[in-house]
Design a protein. Structure first.
Length: 508
């Protein structure tokens, strides 16, 4: 293959930052990471024509994070923009930047993010991060890249499913039930699955929890490891209180060579994105991610390689169900000898809002550089998966030490997306009366801080074939702790006034 340096996208520089005392805000962390990356060559900043900032959840970031960072860094990019919400955004931005280079529309993009959700609370004695006084009038906000829609249906929200930590355990109940494990047995299994991630995190310079944990430490509920939601303890879920930043510079190979960095680049081989059926209540299989599988297949097919050719992996790990379903979507058996993360994952490396995968890509790049070539004519390969919302939005990227044989390819997933969208199930609306029996498809129990069951949402299939999101009658909660209801028959009632559907168990 003849390489066209002007249209061959590479990662030319990466940077990371951490504020262990949470004293730095998101913009400071992003600035530090970006400065680290731009320090790879004195003239690198002058080559940047796009500065793309991953959506910052911290209210302190303001409406112009990209413009503010450009000013702080002394850059004059043609484009300065931020994004919609989603953990899939960093990988999506890399694929977008690489595509722009391939089309000859860009020479170099700086992709950067930072998050510090605790900083505002620490500085204000506990006030929420969005409780700042109104700012004076400012210029127009940065453009926002990407499309978005309501994250969950009104019906799911009414049933108490309004944050990720309440939704991902539903997927876990399906995986566990198919494996024949009750919640306790699933916790033990997850302790063994997750403990190797802590070993990776213990070796990371930017990890929030650089300590090795044993499986039983992760799986056993205790005073400092409370049971949050069945079957997850606190140490099994993403930690959003970290203060971290990361940056990636995607440029053409020609730019890298002009800057004297051509020998240290990592090639962007392929990238793809695909969504699952948007609302979990409408997904036909709650134990499988069709979107992740479609994106993964597309990336590998476009690159002409198989998953067994990939040496380094970072499978998105906000919750254990995401890690398991992401690995399965790629055809990976969790115990095949490859570690599923290069960072330690969101519970142990840290889960800085939407920006985690920027760190994952940076780590993949650093490890590929350190290891150099090898593994045949394709060199060494690394793959990153990134997830937004509730296993909803997926982005996958493949990176290598050698140029891709067919050049960078943004993989096509339109046909797969059409099939996924067409598979959506009909679900019961809040504005209708219900009095039916149903079979539970997925369940969990949410606990309060004292360890008492607070609610027990389910997704179930009604006798008429529609799905329903429902929550338990309050007098049922005591009998639901430590149980899955998958396959259980329930009676569901709902008034046509927008109140949630309530269920009562009628048969195991």
């Amino acid at each position: 293959m003849t390489v066209d340096p002007e249209r061959t996208p590479v990662i030319v520089a990466v940077g990371q930052s951490v504020s262990r005392d949470s004293s730095l805000g998101p913009l400071e962390l992003a600035e530090a990471a970006a400065a680290d990356a731009l320090g790879a060559a004195p003239a690198l900043g002058g080559a940047i024509d796009s500065l793309l900032v991953v959506n910052m959840l911290s209210g302190r970031a303001g409406p112009r994070p990209a413009s503010e960072l450009a000013a702080r860094l002394g850059l004059s990019p043609r484009t300065a923009a931020t994004t919609t919400v989603g953990g899939s955004v960093p990988q999506w931005l890399v694929t977008r930047a690489a595509t722009e280079i391939r089309k000859g529309r860009s020479a170099a993009s700086l992709i950067v993010g930072g998050e510090s959700l605790r900083t505002r609370r620490l500085r204000s004695g506990g006030a929420p991060h969005d409780a700042e006084p109104a700012a004076p009038a400012t210029p127009a906000p940065d453009p926002i890249l990407g499309t978005d829609r309501q994250d969950l249906s009104d019906e799911e929200r009414a049933a108490g499913l309004y944050v990720p930590v309440f939704v991902y355990p539903l997927f876990e109940s399906v995986l566990a039930s198919r494996a024949g494990r009750d919640p306790h047995a699933q916790r033990v299994f997850l302790g063994r699955l997750l403990a190797p991630l802590t070993l990776v995190a213990s070796r990371g310079a930017y990890s929030w929890f650089p300590e090795v944990r044993q499986p039983e430490e992760l799986a056993s509920p205790s005073e400092d490891n409370r049971l949050v939601v069945e079957p997850y303890t606190k140490r099994m879920v993403a930690f959003l209180g970290s203060a971290q930043g990361a940056a990636i510079v995607v440029s053409s190979l020609a730019v890298a060579r002009r800057l004297g960095l051509g020998d240290d680049v990592i090639f962007v081989w392929s990238g793809a994105g695909c969504d699952d059926v948007w609302y979990p209540v409408a997904r036909p299989d709650l134990g499988r991610s069709a979107g992740a599988a479609a994106a993964g297949r597309a990336v590998l097919r476009a690159a002409g390689v198989g998953i067994d050719d990939v040496e380094l992996l970072d499978v998105y790990s906000c919750f254990p169900s995401a890690l398991q379903m992401g690995a399965a979507a790629l055809g990976i058996v969790p115990d095949d000898g490859r570690t599923l993360t290069v960072t330690g994952g969101l519970p142990y490396f840290g889960g800085p809002g939407n920006d985690y995968s920027t760190h994952a890509i940076a780590e993949i790049v650093e490890r590929l550089r350190v290891g150099g070539g090898g593994q045949g004519s394709n060199g060494r390969l690394g793959l990153v998966t990134a997830v937004g919302w509730y296993l909803t939005k997926h982005a996958v990227g493949l990176y290598g030490t050698e140029p891709p044989p067919s050049g960078f390819i943004p993989a096509e997933t339109a046909a797969a997306q059409d099939r996924i969208d067409a598979s959506a199930l009909v679900y019961a609306s809040l504005t209708e009366s219900l009095d039916q029996e149903a079979t539970v498809d997925a369940s969990t129990v949410i606990y309060d801080r004292l360890g008492n069951p607070a609610s027990a949402p389910v997704l179930a299939t009604l006798n008429d074939g529609r799905r329903v999101a429902a929550t338990a009658q309050l007098d049922e909660l005591g009998s639901l702790a430590g149980r899955w209801l998958v396959g259980t028959r329930i009676a569901v009632r709902q008034a046509a006034d927008g109140t949630p559907a309530r269920y009562r168990v009628i048969a195991a």
